[in-house]
Design a protein around this ligand. Structure first.
Ligand SMILES: Cc1cc2nc3c(=O)[nH]c(=O)nc-3n(C[C@H](O)[C@H](O)[C@H](O)COP(=O)(O)OP(=O)(O)OC[C@H]3O[C@@H](n4cnc5c(N)ncnc54)[C@H](O)[C@@H]3O)c2cc1C
Length: 169
């Protein structure tokens, strides 16, 4: 424990190891590595400046879409296999709110319409992952993009745990 009974950064790091197959863990490791390389730079007197990636302000529709799908597919990949009623309700509300507030008006209107035709399936993780994949495929089809194979094994390989370094084919 750190000061005043608060968990120290090390306590927090160790706690996160329980979740270590999730994306959050990778970020922790990245954060530690970049802190270490900053220390190395200081001690070695190396004045190398880090190169920042160019940021789009505001994000383009494509960047926003890609970031949104990344969040959505990752989130449902870690949804419980047997969710409680409360978890199911919260997930349903989340998808409906996203379709209401998504900041591309015609994308939002179509997502709302598609949820009316095919309401979000929250009873199991598999149901939800496949439902989201099919929703994404509706947009892919509209944009003339390749359709994704919507079975849990393929989705988990892409979004949860990949054994293939070239997983995003
Ligand atoms: C709710 C929503 C509605 C949208 N509606 C529109 C729209 O109406 N018009 C428009 O121009 N853009 C829309 N977009 C944005 C669009 O879907 C893409 O995000 C954007 O064109 C960038 O495409 P991308 O090629 O980077 O890959 P994205 O389509 O963003 O996909 C990201 C990654 O997801 C994976 N993937 C692809 N399909 C699936 C799937 N079915 N299941 C699981 N994983 C998959 C692939 O590995 C891909 O690399 C919408 C985005 C969202 C979140």
């Amino acid at each position: 424990m750190g000061k005043e009974g608060k968990p120290s950064p090390l306590d927090m790091f160790m706690k996160q190891q329980e979740d270590c197959d999730r994306p959050a863990c990778e970020d922790t490791v990245n954060a530690l590595n970049s802190a270490l390389s900053r220390l190395n730079m200081k001690s070695g007197g190396d004045e190398k400046k880090s190169v920042k990636a160019k940021v789009e302000c505001p994000p383009s529709k494509s960047l926003l879409g890609d970031s949104s799908w990344n969040l959505l597919h990752s989130m449902v990949a870690w949804y419980p296999d047997r969710p409680t009623i409360e978890q199911q309700t919260k997930m349903k509300n989340f998808m409906e709110a996203l379709a209401m507030f998504y900041p591309c008006s015609y994308c939002a209107a179509d997502f709302q319409e598609n949820q009316k035709k095919s309401p979000v399936k929250t009873e199991t993780r598999e149901d939800l992952c496949i439902w989201l994949c099919e929703q994404h495929n509706l947009v892919n089809e509209k944009l003339g993009k390749k359709l994704f194979k919507c079975d849990l094994k393929t989705l988990d390989e892409r979004w949860r745990k990949s054994s293939d370094p070239d997983c995003n084919k």
